[in-house]
Design a protein around this ligand. Structure first.
Ligand code: SF4
Length: 442
């Protein structure tokens, strides 16, 4: 759980600690030496990130306390929903009840959910997904930052605007000092506690990436996710050793034939193997698929959701398929907003308690209200783009990406306002935005 409010360590057992936040207890993995009961820490993504002094913690907590409970009240009021009283769709009500009692949803039930089309049924579906999010995850919303360090890529994914197909794109490759400066700004100025470093595949050698990550871990308290395409088992091991603890790698589709068609020369099995190896090594996994691929069926989508669960994803990332104009799949039509929302809601049913569900930038590109709608349909995570503005427009995986020209403070402001209106705790923006006097702006 992503609470970037300081919490008090209640118990320490081997590498697991229990942290208390105003009476709520959360478990987190700890790699800090000499952590003791009574210490105050920031934890993020299930990891203890750093220890803070009692004085700093108490100052921060006094700014948070009232806000913490008022956000919870807002969420409680907005989520109020009694599925058993729903006269509209008894089957959805039964599924919600069973999932609430811990039963796993079946593929048939998932199919039923993603094929709902009547407006009132959809309303029940989205509210039910929000109800499950609230029941199992409370009002915390993960806010990670992402830094796109290079748009170089050696792959030919048939839809991606930074693939080798796009010969018109200006390429960039941030230097180590530029990356460190971007991390410093994100962590020290804006308070991010978890960052995803992303590039196309092959933009840097594993040795270069390991060197950069080691430096980041030495200089900053931050959880690092990597997203550099397939780097092999040895590469994963080296970056874990350097300090990376999360992997963002979507498998894009669970259908091997479809995968081959849109990723010439690539095999789904090798990607899945890499995700499995990363999990075995201890990486937190963010994975998922594209919604609306040409010739994708509803059964494919159901298999995608189930596969993400099987891969032990701690966060599901399901976004719309949007092809770039400079690629072979340029003519493909993106999915409807409603389809994406249905998949997010169905994913919440499939991983009710296990996973966070990301409202992707792709979805925000498809629809200006995607973030708000996604967050009340099962979603509980967003990512803000903290790539330096001078590079951001060149990471053109699809056209006209949301937030492409917004500064980080603008994105934070917009996000915090939205989260406040929904009663969610923007728990990843600790230092820069939520601490003490800034909390009064919420
Ligand atoms: S989807 Fe990823 S691997 Fe494929 S071309 Fe784009 S950046 Fe490269």
């Amino acid at each position: 759980m992503c609470y970037a409010i300081p919490g008090k360590v209640e118990s320490v057992e081997a590498q697991m600690v229990v942290v208390d936040y105003f009476g709520e207890k959360k478990k987190a993995r700890n790699e800090l030496p000499n952590l003791a009961v009574g210490d105050y820490v920031y934890a993020q993504g299930g990891y203890v990130i750093t220890k803070v002094s009692k004085q700093e913690a108490e100052e921060s907590l006094s700014g948070w306390k009232e806000l913490f409970f008022s956000l919870k009240d807002t969420d409680d009021q907005l989520v109020f929903f009694a599925p058993e009283n729903s006269a509209v769709d008894r089957r959805v009500a039964r599924i919600v009840k069973e999932v609430s009692q811990g039963k796993e949803i079946s593929p048939d039930e998932l199919k039923y959910l993603i094929q709902l089309s009547d407006e009132s049924q959809l309303d029940i579906l989205f509210k039910s997904a929000n109800f499950l999010r609230h029941k199992y995850h409370g009002n915390a919303c993960c806010v990670h930052g992402i830094i796109e360090i290079s748009n170089n890529c050696r792959k030919q994914c048939g839809y991606c605007g930074i693939s080798i197909y796009n010969r018109q794109l200006k390429r960039y490759r941030m230097s180590k000092p530029e990356i460190i400066a971007a991390v410093e700004e994100a962590v020290n100025k804006y308070g991010f506690k978890a960052l995803i470093l992303q590039s196309g595949e092959g933009a840097y050698s594993v040795a270069e990436l390991a060197d950069i990550i080691k430096q980041i871990k030495q200089d900053f308290s931050v959880l690092i996710f990597i997203s550099f395409g397939e780097i092999g088992q040895q590469g994963l091991a080296e970056l874990y050793q350097a300090g990376a603890r999360g992997l963002l790698m979507r498998f894009e589709t669970s259908n091997p034939d479809l995968y081959r068609k849109i990723h010439p020369g690539q095999e789904l099995d090798s990607r899945l193997e890499e995700i499995r190896q990363a999990y075995q090594m201890g990486y937190l996994i963010i994975t998922g698929a594209l919604i609306g691929l040409p010739a994708q069926t509803d059964n494919d989508i159901i298999n995608d959701i189930l596969l993400a669960r099987t891969l032990n994803a701690e966060m599901f990332s399901f976004g719309p398929f949007i092809a770039h104009a400079q690629t072979p799949l340029a003519a493909a039509v993106p999915p409807a907003e409603e389809k994406v929302l249905k998949v997010l809601a169905a994913a919440r049913f499939a991983a009710a308690r296990e996973a966070k569900i990301l409202v992707t930038t792709g979805f925000e590109t498809l629809s200006s209200r995607a973030r708000q709608k996604g967050l009340v349909s099962g979603g509980n995570s967003v990512m803000l783009n903290v790539t330096p503005l001078r590079y951001r427009g060149f990471y053109a995986i699809y056209p006209n990406r949301a937030h492409e020209s917004e500064t980080v403070p603008e994105q934070i402001d917009e996000t915090v306002k939205l989260l406040k209106s929904l009663g969610r705790a923007p728990t990843d923006l600790g230092v820069g935005v939520v601490k003490q006097k800034e909390a009064s702006k919420l």
